[in-house]
Ligand binder design. Structure first.
Ligand SMILES: Cc1ncc(C[n+]2csc(CCOP(=O)(O)OP(=O)(O)O)c2C)c(N)n1
Ligand SMILES: [Mg+2]
Length: 318
């Protein structure tokens, strides 16, 4: 009988080694360390400009990865991993090729190269480690930054407080193409995490993994709260765990009762200026997103977002 991989039986050998310079409580370091354990040594890594490049790529000739490691420019992850894979194919070598880019390098500047690689169904794994802003350069907003969040380019003033737009639904953009596999991951749901990485490893074609990675410095949170933040993001519906296979959405974790978004917001300084109106706006966004993706049978909203705000009965048993 096939035994699913879990945190107890997963490989324990590290390929993102300790001694690198990630901040305390860095979600990216936790995510990448575990991804690399599962992918193993027959892996080649590409990382564009980002925190991971600085703390994991290191300064040539040093690197915290003990497998072949590449870096070129910020915008081209999808293109470079396609080329690395083609080179290996030409040499007759079967190597897992993975690109690990931040949200800025994925939602924004790298979207064109990502879309091209996905459309060609390149045989590579693309991971977006999403800390919801350009953190390596000091917290500028990206297409991933959530509504209301403070960043240096969405400052808090008298009239406008934080980001006014919502987080882009990147999974829809990527999984809308005919790719092998797409999944969202959380470092607070590790069994789900390792199973998705293992599934991606064993498939052929373009595989996309989107991991939410809390950032203590940019989110103005306690470094020891990284797990709680990742967990509360899922429990409030700010982050949802699912996978898309052959166009079908499979929800891999469904909160029993959605927590109010304030329980997530209050753990972070980047949201501390938000008043009731803005909190309600964000709560309605969660509710609409949840119903659209997970509860297609739910009745039209008709301005009753408030009633549906925490998932409600409409989300049960779907
Ligand atoms: C073309 C280009 N523009 C800007 C930069 C400067 N830059 C380096 S890393 C970075 C932010 C990366 O943000 P993200 O992709 O979210 O990764 P994070 O740092 O948050 O891990 C920027 C703007 C660059 N290296 N290249
Ligand atoms: Mg980022």
């Amino acid at each position: 009988m096939d035994r699913k991989m879990n945190i107890r039986n997963m490989p324990s050998e590290d390929h993102l080694l300790c001694g690198q310079g990630a901040c305390a409580g860095c979600g990216v370091a936790i995510a990448v360390r575990n991804i690399m354990r599962i992918l193993g040594e027959n892996t080649t890594v590409y990382v564009p400009a980002s925190c991971l490049l600085v703390f994991g790529g290191g300064m040539y000739p040093h690197s915290a990865f003990d497998v072949p490691f590449f870096y070129s420019a910020f915008e081209n992850t999808g293109a470079v991993i396609s080329g690395i894979k083609a080179g290996y194919r030409r040499q007759g070598k079967d190597v897992t090729v993975i690109g690990i880019a931040g949200d800025g390098g994925t939602f924004d500047i790298g979207l064109q190269a990502l879309a091209g690689a996905a459309e060609r169904n390149e045989d590579v794994i693309y991971v977006c480690v999403d800390n919801e802003a350009y953190m390596n350069t000091g917290t500028q907003r990206s297409g991933s930054t959530p509504f209301g969040a403070w960043t240096t380019t969405t400052p808090v003033g008298k009239k406008i407080k934080g980001k006014q737009g919502f987080k882009k639904d990147l999974m829809s953009v990527v999984s809308g193409q005919d790719i092998a596999y797409a999944a969202t991951l959380s470092i607070a749901h590790m069994n789900d995490f390792v199973q998705k990485v293992e599934k991606a490893k064993n498939l052929k074609g373009f595989r996309f993994l989107h991991v939410m990675t809390p950032c203590a410095s940019g989110w103005k949170s306690d470094p020891s709260a990284t797990y709680d933040l990742a967990n509360m993001a899922v429990e409030t519906g700010m982050w949802s765990l699912y996978e898309v296979v052959d166009g079908e959405v499979n929800i891999t974790y469904r909160p029993k009762e959605m927590r109010p978004v304030t329980e997530y917001l209050k753990l972070q300084g980047r949201f501390k200026h938000m008043g009731k109106e803005d909190v309600d706006t964000l709560q309605s966004w969660i509710c609409k997103k949840w119903n659209k993706r997970y509860c297609p049978a739910a009745p039209p909203m008709d301005g009753k977002e408030e009633d549906l705000a925490y998932g409600g009965d409409e989300c049960e048993g779907v």
